[in-house]
Write a protein that binds this ligand. Structure first.
Ligand code: HEM
Length: 478
């Protein structure tokens, strides 16, 4: 045989084999020293790319994200719900069972929340700080957006914009739900967080936050021309706008009681030692709350419109419950206390959030080697809490892809419903998100009807799940 051909026949498969197993060999070799337990089963893929191609195959090409986990279960067995992988440039452990998710969320001493893009949210933001500083900030923010008094005030504040938005959709007749829910959510955020009325400043901020959010999904390289660089510029300008507002307020503290918004709340609140937040803490936290609340709330609203169009029997029941309340209101706004009495509406909210899976995966980093049920989660590896899979696994929810609010007649099995995360980092805006969604459902149900223009539109799952047409609807008054 020709010697060159022999070389190719031997070397090419060997090279292919080596590339295929490169990451597994490399990381397993580095861990061998000093590690008692083995790595979870899995495949870490090619050098640099890791398993990204397989991930994109399921999320982008097949558009069946849950099959990414099912394929692992078929290949390696369900085991303890841990798989090793290499995604987004890092070695990682996928966690997809209720018990391992609970374990990681609650072991905060060894699993840190680390944002690769802290510069974008700000180093003193609630999502960036740890330990005592985090607990202190949480209590400030919680009082401003998560307590019954705050929610009563917020329920009143958000309704004018919601009601006006629905009127304008009906006037247009045909709208893209995602575009419209984003507009109304941002309008409300501007009002709730910084007392801003609809107008050019809010429009500018909206554009800046769109740029800023893109930076989260980009590689953190601060070079002109990159999305990350643009996001940092957007952040700087957004902080500048909020800072101007803050300076104006410092000069007129007497106006605070009239506005009573998040910025005032954060400026005035004191902790047990009587300490106020610093200016930069106020600004960083306003920015990070907008980031956390903007897309999540608008996407959930879009999904509510989508599912109610697909499930007219659910909409009918929702209407019945809300019409009863509406008859007692004589056109007044509904209150957060009334919302808490709307049993079926709250079930629709829960079912929407479960299926929307706005936060499909939550990230942590192991600060030391952790052994869980015989497997090592190595120090400095990412842990990907695959909460989406908990919500779509038939073992946890019967007929999981069916939009069935009545399943909430019973609480979910322990540890299977983690849409808002868990542990001390559990979403601080969860009550605010639920309230806004319930208020939207009320006004939709009592006043409007709508249909999907493309009921069979394909889904896109990156960066967030949504129909590719953004849920275009034909919308009119009842
Ligand atoms: C349906 C809507 C929402 C969903 C599904 C959602 C989901 C989540 C999840 C899964 C986490 C945990 C992240 C982690 O552990 O790393 C989280 C944290 C957080 N969320 Fe939400 N969220 C929603 C709405 C909101 C809203 C409306 C706000 C505020 C305006 C908000 C503010 C936050 C903040 C500040 C954190 C960080 C908390 C901390 O680190 O202590 N979220 N959210």
């Amino acid at each position: 045989m020709d010697i060159t051909l022999g070389w190719y026949l031997g070397a090419v498969p060997l090279l292919g084999w080596l590339l295929w197993w490169w990451n597994d060999l490399w990381f397993a070799y580095r861990l061998k020293r000093g590690c008692s337990a083995e790595l979870p089963p899995g495949h870490m893929g090619l050098p640099v790319f890791g398993e990204m191609l397989s991930f994109l195959w399921y999320f982008k090409v097949l558009r069946r994200p849950d099959d990414y986990i099912k394929a692992k279960q078929n290949k390696y067995g369900k085991g303890v719900g841990l798989y090793r992988t290499h995604l987004f440039g890092s070695p990682a452990i996928i966690a997809c069972s209720p018990s391992i998710n609970k374990f990681v969320f609650q072991s905060e001493d060894v699993f840190n929340l680390e944002w690769p893009t802290t510069e974008i949210v700000g180093s003193t933001s609630i999502v960036a700080v740890q330990g005592e500083s985090h607990a202190r900030l949480r209590s400030f923010v919680s009082r401003a957006i998560n307590q019954p008094d705050a929610l009563r005030r917020i329920a009143h504040m958000v309704q004018p914009r919601l009601i006006e938005a629905l009127r304008s959709w009906a006037h247009k007749g045909r709208v893209v739900a995602y575009t419209e829910t984003k507009k109304v959510t941002f309008g409300n955020i501007g009002k709730l967080f910084a007392g801003l009325e609809q107008g050019p400043v809010v429009d500018t901020l909206d554009e800046l936050f769109i740029g800023l959010l893109k930076g989260f999904r980009s590689y953190p390289i601060d070079i002109p021309g990159t999305a990350y660089h643009h996001a940092l510029q957007c952040r700087k300008r957004a902080v500048g706008i909020f800072r101007e507002e803050l300076e104006r307020r410092k000069k007129k503290p007497e106006e605070a009681t009239k506005r009573n918004d998040m910025m005032d709340g954060l400026m005035q609140l004191k902790d047990e030692q009587g300490r106020h937040l610093s200016e930069i803490e106020v600004l960083d936290n306003i920015v990070s709350l907008v980031v956390a609340g903007y897309e999540s709330t608008s996407l959930s609203m879009m999904w509510a419109l989508y599912y109610l169009a697909k499930y007219p029997n659910v909409l009918k029941k929702l209407r019945e419950e809300n019409m009863l309340l509406s008859k007692t209101k004589n056109g007044e706004f509904i209150t957060s206390d009334e919302v808490s009495e709307l049993k079926y509406t709250k079930q629709v909210v829960e079912e929407t959030i479960r299926l929307a899976n706005v936060a499909a995966v939550v990230f942590r980093t192991a600060t030391k080697d952790v052994v869980y049920k015989g497997y090592t989660i190595p120090k400095n590896w990412k842990v990907m809490l695959w909460v989406r899979y908990l919500h779509t696994d038939p073992e946890n929810f019967e007929d999981p892809m069916c939009f069935n609010p009545e399943r909430w007649n019973e609480p979910a099995k322990p540890g299977t419903y983690l849409v808002f995360g868990g542990g001390s980092r559990i979403c601080i805006g969860n009550m605010l998100a639920r309230l806004q969604l319930a208020i939207l459902l009320h006004h939709l149900a009592v006043g409007y009807k709508w249909e999907l223009v493309n009921p069979n539109a394909e889904m896109s799952y990156l960066s967030h799940p949504k129909p590719v047409d953004g849920a275009e609807i034909v919308f009119s008054k009842l």
